[in-house]
Ligand binder design. Structure first.
Ligand SMILES: NC(=O)c1ccc[n+]([C@@H]2O[C@H](COP(=O)([O-])OP(=O)(O)OC[C@H]3O[C@@H](n4cnc5c(N)ncnc54)[C@H](OP(=O)(O)O)[C@@H]3O)[C@@H](O)[C@H]2O)c1
Length: 190
């Protein structure tokens, strides 16, 4: 039997790209999956492929704390709790700092970093009860600064530092905290 069988797994940003591939793989392994995204149509088409018993979808912009709270609470109401949270939702960047408005940096930090903070905040009590896992989808850009990606790199550095601190805080709680750093992956973002 798969490790994921009957586990409740939240994947943020599961309507496209890496997140969608995760949703499909996890459901195939027997998990109950909840996912979110901003675009209702993409979520609707994903939901059509699976029954409500296997997949819960919710429109949510992870840069909005109240929407994250609503998504996590609706997941707990639907599936009874959360075992694993995969903070995947993210946006990329192409543009030199000199040519970019500072608002670009704020927006990328709000989605890639604060989105993880918000979702983890509301999911953690349930994950603690179940001794589950909090994961972040980082990048090689979380280890090295890259030209044209100042804000993206900053958001991934922040993500990793935050998760490493959280891991230490939760060291004796039974909760796993981890991040993964995929290489270049064909998707909408890149
Ligand atoms: N692709 C790569 O080469 C690569 C490499 C390393 C790391 N990563 C990381 O992997 C993650 C996924 O990237 P991807 O390439 O799969 O991206 P993608 O194909 O663009 O998919 C992004 C997913 O996240 C959702 N999303 C974006 N902004 C959101 C927001 N504010 N609130 C809620 N959902 C949001 C999108 O749905 P909506 O647009 O409908 O909101 C979509 O479902 C990101 O964290 C990225 O930094 C990607």
């Amino acid at each position: 039997m798969s490790f994921f069988n009957n586990k409740v797994v939240v994947v943020t940003g599961g309507s496209d790209g890496i997140g969608k591939a995760l949703v499909e793989a996890l459901i195939a392994l027997g998990a109950k999956v909840a996912t979110c995204g901003r675009n209702h149509d993409k979520l609707y088409h994903l939901q059509l492929e699976y029954s409500n018993v296997m997949l819960h979808t919710w429109a949510c912009d992870v840069s909005n704390e109240q929407e994250c709270q609503g998504f996590i609470e609706s997941t707990i109401e639907t599936f009874g709790g959360i075992d694993i949270l995969i903070n995947n939702a993210g946006v990329s960047q192409r543009g030199l700092f000199l040519d970019s408005a500072t608002e670009v940096t704020r927006r990328i930090m709000d989605i890639n970093f604060m989105g993880t903070v918000y979702c983890t905040k509301y999911a953690l009590p349930s994950i603690l009860e179940r001794r589950g896992t909090v994961a972040g989808v980082s990048s090689t850009a979380g280890y090295r600064g890259l030209p044209g990606r100042t804000a993206y790199c900053a958001s991934k550095f922040a993500l990793q530092g935050w998760l490493e601190s959280l891991r230490t805080e939760l060291m004796y709680s039974g909760v796993n905290v981890m991040w993964v750093s995929p290489g270049w992956t064909a998707s909408n973002a890149l």
